[in-house]
Design a protein around this ligand. Structure first.
Ligand code: GLU
Length: 219
């Protein structure tokens, strides 16, 4: 039987010029795949609203090529896949795996009963809107706010332990239900990454450890 194809990704967010931390992550991701005859996909993560600078896409591609890092196949641009993410969010909502949430960031912070521990990248969500509204429309009518969508982390799955090739075993704790669609209807980073890693059969995820807390959510 054939070995599964190794597929890594280079996923710059075009917010400015490539910095050294990105270059390091990209070099490692590229090497990790190429030394084993694997493929590399370039995916431009240009959905983070006002921070995105379109000219930075060109600079980033030029910098990657200057570093000697190439990629296979078409470049994926997240801003062109908004309807794909919206469909997945809609499907999760329909299946009861996501729910509308009208909480603001400061409400979440002040309501969180658990303190913000070092492994968390955000205040834990206390579940205020879970089971509260039947639909997006009802949430909007009753709160007067545009709702975000949160993934409903099953009660039985409060952690998703995983093995990291550099850091070893991680307990994979999750700080409560997390946002998958923003209040403006755009996809949250957590959703877009998972949809794309799955859609393009990515087998290897190498990235900065600032995203360690995201990994259990994405798994
Ligand atoms: N686009 C993200 C960044 O540049 C990385 C996302 C990821 O590795 O999942 O920080």
């Amino acid at each position: 039987s054939a070995e599964p194809t190794i597929r890594a990704r280079l996923v710059p967010s075009p917010t400015g010029v490539l910095h050294l931390g990105n270059a390091r992550s990209f070099l490692l991701a590229w090497l990790w795949a190429r030394v084993r005859g694997g493929q590399v996909q370039l995916r431009i993560e240009d959905i983070d609203g006002p921070r995105i600078k379109l000219e930075a896409i060109e600079y980033t591609m030029a910098d990657l090529l200057w570093l000697g890092l190439d990629w296979d196949g078409d470049v994926v641009q997240q801003s062109k896949r908004l309807s794909v993410y919206a469909e997945v969010a809609e499907d999760l909502l329909r299946r009861g795996l996501a729910y509308p949430c009208v909480c603001t960031r400061s409400e979440v912070e002040s309501a969180a009963s658990a303190p913000h521990e070092s492994w968390m990248d955000t205040s834990p969500y206390p579940g205020t809107c879970r089971g509260r509204y039947e639909s997006i429309a009802k949430a909007r009518d009753r709160s007067g706010r545009d709702p975000a969508l949160r993934f409903a982390v099953p009660e039985s799955v409060q952690a998703v332990p995983f093995d990291d090739a550099f850091l070893g075993r991680d307990p994979g704790r999750i700080a409560g239900d997390f946002v998958i669609q923003k209040r403006d209807g755009g996809p949250a980073y957590q959703l877009a990454v998972v949809v794309d890693d799955a859609a393009f059969s990515i087998s290897e995820v190498l990235r900065g450890d600032d995203l360690l807390a995201s990994t259990p959510r994405q798994l």
